[in-house]
Design a protein around this ligand. Sequence first.
Ligand SMILES: [Zn+2]
Length: 166
Amino acid sequence: AIGECGLDFVTDTPSDRQESYLSMQLELAQQYDLPVILHCRKAHHRLIPMLKRYPLLKGGVLHGFSGSAQQAMSYIELGFYIGVGGTITYPRANKTRVAVSQLPLEFLVIETDAPDMPMHGFQGQPNHPKMLPKVLSELALLKKESEQTIARSLWENSHKLLSICE
Ligand SMILES: [Zn+2]
């Protein structure tokens, strides 16, 4: 895949510079027919139109998703999976938790973003891939499905996203 790349309007890097690099990375993805791992903070309003300008056959994943179900659906419609991370373990992240509970399971994948994005209760500690089952448990609660059912879907989705054959 190409990435992680994307737009982060919480950093000091000017948005026009970020957008110019991202457009080159999206062109690369088009040229080599690869999926894209996308990062987005406070920039959905700029990122979604950019993805419409650079349609990607293989789509990709919007990692570390936080936002509304409507925003997530815009990415799904453009061929992207939604990367669900430790954000959903925070009771105060209600908007994202509600959004994730409403999204179709066949377009979700999970992640930790280790060492970033610590889980609820582990703030101030470096995150680790071993925390992934915590995201799975929380997702199972939100989707009102068994962890086994969720895990099976996530496994398949991850393979499809990265074109991995079993
Ligand atoms: Zn990121």
